[in-house]
Design a protein around this ligand. Structure first.
Ligand SMILES: NC(=O)c1ccc[n+]([C@@H]2O[C@H](COP(=O)([O-])OP(=O)(O)OC[C@H]3O[C@@H](n4cnc5c(N)ncnc54)[C@H](O)[C@@H]3O)[C@@H](O)[C@H]2O)c1
Length: 460
């Protein structure tokens, strides 16, 4: 049975209850959400569903768990602690993480570092990149966004390689300002040094530098709606600062994590999407602060290659998921899993016909490293897993199928323009370019990746 048939069977086996919220109720919820913030809408929907449709939830009684999230707070100065050194004397910047309506279920603070499933992933990842070990021996890395979802896998991989594999240990400078970080336990040892730093401020170091991975970014629509200026800054000024360091240090390779969002909303004939497609991106739309900053970031990278010979590479990830992803950042897969584990209906925007192609974190990290260590300077590569391109509705069925209990779905109006008209209809990468340059081959099926991710969500 092929993957698509399996997905269809998942859908058939279980009766999904689809609940339609009356239009007048939607209007009422919208008004409240406008006042209280977009994420509030999600919480209101949840309240509404939980109330079992028996009576309208009390939306304005002042007891709502909603908090105002639209006010951008001024950056606050913070103290740096002993193991969180700073790169410059200027006061550092910390942003309060947004107060999201969907609070993650209680997980231990150590859920990343102590996770069996992540430890197994890192071991497997290390096993799959044996041919790349020589690139790590005795080398110095700088990783921005080091305590984000992708960054932490990279950090833990470096730690594992140092402990188990490498004769000459790799060292790394790890930068993050935790604008979207919520698990603030950081890893810092004699080889891996953490610095709390906003990369929008220029940074430098006396150390020699071999490789820079610029992974800092504000990737979730929930966060870039809340922090649009910071989103543009990290993709543009932050990228420029990282490129400057790469140029001055004469690095062996520089990698920019761009995004599949540079393609905007491709028409059907450009799906699966090739790197040669120039995109269909709204300049003024609700996603443009993210999309356009990544596009300009790419332009800067390729210009540094042309003008300064800085050996840049660009990757465009397509919907990476896996253990360690934030349960509460409203990206579709963690959002479904989190709802399912809470035995709450899975909220599908509209009919759920939009499609996505999901790439398991280990595959994404392997692809990223294969590009970093390649000779493909000045080039951009899709990284992802084209199979299957799955509709959001079928994805919900699949997540429901993996749960030990009955899980329903509910079709809701998208809570915000980023999820409504601006939401790309289809996402599927053509990965023939990376495959022609490296040995990259996705190893994890969506089923396997989902099972691993759900296990991680359940681990604590
Ligand atoms: N995960 C995906 O599916 C995906 C898809 C496309 C592109 N990307 C890109 O890949 C990169 C990594 O993605 P992720 O999923 O790990 O995101 P993430 O949000 O989990 O991690 C990004 C990290 O960057 C940090 N950061 C943001 N602005 C910063 C700043 N000014 N200074 C220092 N640190 C800053 C955040 O605090 C966070 O820890 C991002 O640039 C993202 O845009 C990710």
């Amino acid at each position: 049975m092929n993957k698509n048939q399996k997905i269809q069977n998942h859908t058939k086996k279980k009766t999904m209850i689809s609940m339609r919220i009356p239009d007048e109720m939607i209007e009422q919820l919208r008004e409240i959400a406008q006042e209280k913030g977009d994420l509030g809408y999600q919480q209101l929907i949840k309240n509404y569903i939980q109330s079992g449709l028996q009576g309208e939830p009390s939306l304005t009684d002042g007891k709502s768990p909603l908090t105002q999230i639209n006010n951008r707070k001024d950056p606050q100065n913070i103290q740096s602690s002993n193991d969180q050194r700073t790169l410059e004397i200027n006061p550092l910047t910390k942003f309060d993480p947004p107060k999201t309506a969907l609070k993650p279920r209680k997980k231990k603070a150590t859920s990343f570092t102590d996770s069996k499933i992540i430890a197994e992933d890192i071991q497997n990842l290390a096993g799959n990149i044996k041919d790349l070990y020589s690139f790590f021996e005795g080398k110095t890395f700088l990783i921005t966004g080091a305590f984000g979802f992708l960054g932490r896998y990279l950090v833990f991989l470096l730690k594992y390689l140092n402990e188990e594999i490498l004769e000459k240990k790799a060292s790394a400078l790890l930068l993050d300002n935790f604008v979207t970080g919520y698990e603030q336990r950081v890893l810092s040892d004699e080889n891996l040094h953490f610095y709390r730093h906003d990369v929008v401020k220029p940074f430098s170091t006396d150390q020699p530098m071999d490789y820079i991975i610029h992974a800092a970014g504000i990737a979730s629509p929930v966060y870039y709606t809340k922090y649009p200026i910071e989103t543009m800054d990290v993709g543009t000024i932050g990228t420029r600062n990282a490129l400057e360091l790469a140029r001055s240090k004469n690095v062996s390779s520089f990698l920019f994590t761009s995004s599949s969002e540079v393609y905007g909303d491709p028409d059907a004939k450009h799906v699966p999407t090739k790197e040669t497609y120039n995109g269909n991106v709204s300049i003024l739309g609700s996603r443009s602060c993210y999309d356009e900053s990544k596009r300009f970031g790419e332009t800067m990278c390729v210009t540094y290659w042309k003008v300064f010979n800085t050996p840049v590479k660009i990757v465009r990830p397509f919907n990476v998921y896996g253990p360690g992803i934030r349960p509460d950042d409203y990206r579709v897969l963690p959002n479904f899993i989190e709802h399912a584990l809470r035995k709450e209906p899975l909220p599908i925007h509209g009919p759920g016909h939009n499609t996505r192609s999901f790439c398991y974190i280990n595959d994404a990290i392997e692809a990223l490293l294969r590009v970093l260590f390649s000779d493909a300077n000045g080039e951009a590569f899709n990284i992802g897993n084209p199979g299957p391109e799955i509709s959001v509705k079928d994805l919900a069925s699949m997540v429901a199928e993996f749960m030990p209990h009955q899980v329903d779905v509910v079709h809701i109006d998208p809570p915000h323009a980023v999820y409504a008209s601006a939401d790309p209809k289809r996402r599927c990468p053509d990965i023939s370019k990376i495959q022609s340059v490296t040995d990259y081959e996705p190893r994890y099926s969506l089923e396997e990746g989902l099972v691993r991710t759900i296990k991680w969500f359940q681990e604590s």
